[in-house]
Design a protein around this ligand. Structure first.
Ligand SMILES: C[S@@+](CC[C@H](N)C(=O)[O-])C[C@H]1O[C@@H](n2cnc3c(N)ncnc32)[C@H](O)[C@@H]1O
Length: 242
């Protein structure tokens, strides 16, 4: 339907039933506007979410817009919505890292309901840490960590409530994960903090970025590009630094 036709439909709706009718028609127009391919993609994503959660007894699925969540601190306007990562993609990437997992901590910036934490927990990381600025999402993540029926090989899983940019990473080798959590301005602040920590305490840092990676920011900070497929992997240091 053309924009003119949509506008006509909304004007007629306004005359017919005011705001309520305009809203009803607008919602239908948005639904009609979702292309079949995208609708199929959304359906598949929903099925994957359900499969993960029903197998693990957790609640990690769904999409939650930032306007729906209260945040404790940090720039809400730079935040991206909650959406859980793809388990297959993260496992595939972790499997490709030739590292001694027990020497590393896994750190998820913008950990939401904790799906990436549960997946990282399947590997023998020394610690798995998630930083999330929504108290409600942190509470769900903590419940998920407690009730997850999946395999657990890692040490402690820790959920930290707060702004990713204010978080001081631990001084141990790191596998850093970002699933499109916030705008590049904030990614830059996080990288500044990481680099500051690296200069103080040189060690291996591997960064995994899922979706729309602002690669320049990583390269400008001195990270080397390791691979770029569906996810992009960068590294600072080597396995020998772990
Ligand atoms: C796309 S979700 C990623 C969820 C999770 N990492 C996963 O892979 O399943 C992005 C998350 O980043 C969080 N977030 C956005 N800005 C943040 C900030 N400044 N500090 C901490 N968390 C933030 C959002 O609340 C949301 O839960």
């Amino acid at each position: 339907m053309s924009w003119k036709a949509k506008l006509r439909a909304l004007t007629t709706a306004w005359r017919r039933g005011g705001t309520r009718e305009v809203l009803r028609i607008a919602i239908n127009l948005v639904k009609q506007g979702i292309k079949p391919g995208r609708r199929r993609g959304m359906q598949m994503r929903l099925e994957m979410d359900n499969a993960f959660d029903s197998e693990r007894g957790t609640d990690t699925g769904g999409l939650i817009s930032i306007s729906e969540i209260e945040v404790v601190s940090g720039p809400r306007e730079l935040a991206h919505r909650y959406q859980p990562c793809s388990p297959q993609l993260l496992r595939q990437t972790l499997d490709s890292l030739a590292i001694n997992f027990p020497s590393y901590a896994f750190l998820d910036y913008g950990s939401g309901k904790g799906r990436a934490l549960l997946i990282a927990g399947e590997y023998p990381f020394a610690t798995v840490i998630g930083v999330e600025f929504s108290q409600a999402l942190c509470a769900i993540a903590e419940r998920n960590v407690a009730c997850d029926k999946g395999p657990r090989k890692c040490g402690k899983i820790e959920v930290v409530l707060g702004d990713a940019a204010a978080y001081q990473p631990p001084s141990v080798p790191l596998v850093i994960f970002m699933y499109n959590p916030f705008a590049p301005t904030l990614v830059k602040s996080v990288l500044d903090t990481l680099i500051h920590s690296y200069k103080r305490d040189p060690r291996d840092m591997i960064a995994i970025y899922d979706t729309d990676c602002p690669s320049d920011l990583f390269l400008e900070q001195g990270f080397r590009l390791v691979s770029r497929n569906e996810v992009t992997v960068f590294r600072m240091g080597t396995a020998a630094d772990a």
